[in-house]
Ligand binder design. Structure first.
Ligand code: ADP
Ligand code: MG
Length: 684
């Protein structure tokens, strides 16, 4: 088949020669659906069949290639005995054994007294060298095909090397010359090969197995660029439409005057950035990134005040009912007596009330609506939505974000708040389409949380300490490690701990674990909030962002299991009121050097961003909190730790150029990494 046409690269694998129904099903199980997926399935190792080995030099257990003379064929007529072929060269003899092979076929490929090439795994059986079911048997004129270093791909049952090779080689042999999306100078400067050469190198050399080789790096760079291009395109689309909204800030200054505190410099700066966006004639598409407790909420409420004053509606969305309710009370308090209509809507709102709210939203009788995902259902119409704020979102992908912007229409600004401290490279790949505002400092009054560590066997020393806290009317979180693989184990370990603690402090303990549904969880959280219980035993399912001003002690078991950023987030749940927060990390037996390093880091810093960067260096990218939560596994090849330079390079590359993603060379790049659909999606 001639693959010169570029398009074949994006065709179904079944279009390839030798790929029937069965094989294409197997391939698809391995996520190889299109021809290009074969290109992107890199070898993980290789098999060296390149040398002809004399029979007196064979190595047992190795895959080797031999050139031998066929001496004798033996077909025992007894079931389960293999057919055997005796072969030799000048230095020795070998037996080739076949199970389940037809005589006619074997006679054809093993002609008596002819020299042939065989390649396969050498074994030793009955004092003889043997190859059972060799991988290759061929005539001398075709020895070149066998005598090679052959890339090894991870394959599922049902695809052997020979079959896969047939496919991958026909694809790689006929690769089209594609138009480069980078300029020649750029390729040269970065020591990058052309796309085609690069793919060939990845498959034909060891470079495909080395994520720092130059051809691997070009591939990773391509992937990053595809990713960033989508984000930048998304941004362009959102920024293209002009909005028409005036800007006032009288109300927000009034509210500011009445607050019991002054904004931090960071908060002020971020508020200014938001106000500039609100004033401008392009839409705001911004994320506030700030550590837990840095005071994002009040900043967002001041933005709401400005928008409400300009006679537009605002929607504030939180991931859970309880968090939404907390926002609702705060908003009511802050806008008290200002003739502003505030409503609360979640999935639990009863039908009649719901109907009333929907009508009032449509008629513009509600100024601020606070709630959960329910705020963005299809059925809800806003009269003039001017601002959407989403709190603690890290579960949204690029597409969902643009859907949301769509819902609001041309005049709607979008603001996200994220407490997940993530390193810069990851920020770029998750939020590259948005403007970023960072709240770097925390309000002064907040005391640094005291972080302590303790071996788990000294757990008994904790009881008197906890008792003291309870006597002071303080509340306690007890975090058990989450056992993700098994809801049952998760439950049983948390339940055991609950029983133990409940014995020590009867009727004061609550339990939250992965097996509970949302409503059950919220019930327990509410009890804790209302101080009906004082100790909350939980896995890490406890919500991010909820203010429990009375909780000042958190105990985290098996703290080694958590990433630093995650530990930092967990401890951020205490010390939110005026009391000194304390975090106790429990460890299993002796600590490793690395663990000690990590605790030290945590003890010495309360800067979530710094901790996240360090954590990433210590544990790698995959463990970073937020990455898994984001649900956006963006990269197959690029690694934000190992390839940090490439991320920065890609950012600069795109920034410096006015790239039109609709040019066919970019479409090709985007299609390679399955990004084309996102681009084609309309935003109006
Ligand atoms: P987060 O960024 O985690 O959402 P919040 O907005 O919930 O943080 O703020 C945490 C607490 O700090 C709240 O009780 C809030 O009233 C308080 N707070 C916010 N800004 C300031 C400030 N500038 N000075 C003092 N306290 C503040
Ligand atoms: Mg918050």
């Amino acid at each position: 088949m001639n693959l010169l046409k570029k398009n074949i690269i994006f065709s179904d694998v079944s279009k390839l020669k030798g790929v029937g129904k069965q094989l294409s099903k197997y391939l698809k199980n391995r996520k190889i659906e299109k021809v290009k997926d074969i290109l992107l399935n890199l070898p993980y190792s290789e098999t060296d069949r390149s040398k002809i080995i004399n029979l007196n030099n064979l190595e047992i257990g190795k895959i080797q290639t031999i050139r031998v003379l066929v001496k004798k064929l033996n077909f025992p007529r007894i079931r389960n005995l293999p057919n055997k072929i005796l072969c030799e060269d000048k230095t020795g003899k070998i037996e080739i054994a076949y199970f389940n092979s037809r005589e006619g076929y074997l006679r054809k490929i093993f002609p008596i007294n002819k020299w042939i090439i065989i390649s396969g795994k050498i074994t030793f059986f009955n004092k003889k060298y043997q190859i059972t079911n060799p991988d290759y048997v061929t005539t001398l004129d075709k020895e070149k095909y066998v005598k090679q270093v052959i890339p090894k791909y991870s394959l599922t049952k049902g695809i052997n090397e020979k079959k896969y090779r047939l496919i991958s080689e026909q694809v790689i042999k006929d690769l089209p010359n594609v138009k480069e999306w980078y300029e020649k100078d750029f390729l040269k400067k970065n020591n990058f090969l052309s796309w085609k050469e690069n793919i060939i190198t990845l498959h034909k050399t060891k470079e495909g197995q080395d994520n720092l080789s130059r051809s691997y790096k070009r591939l990773a760079f391509d992937e990053i660029c595809a990713n960033f291009l989508v984000l930048s395109e998304n941004r362009k689309k959102i920024k293209k439409k002009k909005k028409n909204k005036f800007f006032k800030s009288f109300l927000s200054s009034k509210i500011l005057q009445n607050l019991p505190f002054k904004l931090t410099k960071s908060q002020e700066k971020v508020l200014n950035e938001i106000n500039e966006d609100l004033k401008s004639d392009t839409r705001m598409f911004r994320v506030i990134q700030g550590d837990v407790g840095s005071g994002k909420t009040i900043v967002s409420l001041l933005a709401i005040a400005n928008v409400v004053e300009s006679k537009h509606q605002c929607a504030l969305m939180a991931p859970t009912e309880i968090l939404a309710r907390q926002h609702f009370y705060l908003v009511k308090k802050i806008f008290f007596n200002r003739n502003i209509q505030i409503e609360f809507l979640t999935a639990k709102t009863d039908l009649r009330k719901r109907k009333e709210i929907l009508n009032n939203l449509k008629d513009g009788k509600i100024d601020i609506i606070i709630g959960t995902h329910s705020l963005f259902q299809k059925k809800i119409d806003y009269k003039n939505l001017g601002l959407v704020i989403i709190d603690e979102q890290h579960k949204f992908g690029v597409k969902q974000r643009s859907d949301l912007a769509n819902k609001g229409g041309n005049n709607c600004d979008v603001l996200l708040m994220s407490a997940t401290p993530i390193p810069r490279t990851m920020m770029m790949s998750l939020y590259g389409d948005m403007d970023i505002s960072k709240i770097m400092e925390k309000p002064d009054k907040r005391k640094k949380i005291i972080t302590l560590s303790k071996p788990e066997k000294k757990i008994n020393e904790l009881w008197s300490f906890i008792k003291k806290q309870l006597d002071l009317d303080n509340q306690v979180f007890w975090v058990c490690p989450l056992i993700q693989e098994s809801a049952f184990l998760d439950y049983s370990s948390a339940k055991k701990k609950f029983d133990l603690i409940n014995k020590k402090f009867p009727n004061k303990v609550g339990l939250i674990h992965g097996g509970l549904n949302k409503i059950e969880k919220e019930k327990v959280l509410n009890k804790f909030l209302k101080k009906e219980i004082f100790i909350l035993v939980s896995t890490t399912v406890i919500e991010v962002g909820i203010d429990f001003p009375n909780a000042n002690l958190i105990i985290i078991e098996n703290a080694n299991k958590f990433g630093l950023a995650q530990l930092h987030q967990l401890r951020g749940r205490v010390g939110r009121g005026n009391k000194q927060g304390i975090c106790i990390l429990l460890f299993k037996e002796g600590l490793s050097k690395n663990a000690i390093k990590r605790i030290k880091l945590l003890k010495n810093s309360d800067d979530g961003f710094y901790i996240a960067e360090e954590d990433m260096k210590l544990r790698g990218f995959g463990d970073i909190i937020g990455y898994q939560q984001s649900g956006v596994k963006n990269f197959k090849f690029a690694d934000p730790v190992i390839h940090e330079d490439l991320f920065l390079l890609a950012e600069e590359y795109i920034k410096k150029r006015n790239i039109d993603v609709n040019e066919s060379k970019y479409t090709f790049l985007l299609k390679l990494f399955d990004k084309a659909e996102i681009i084609n999606q309309k935003i109006d």
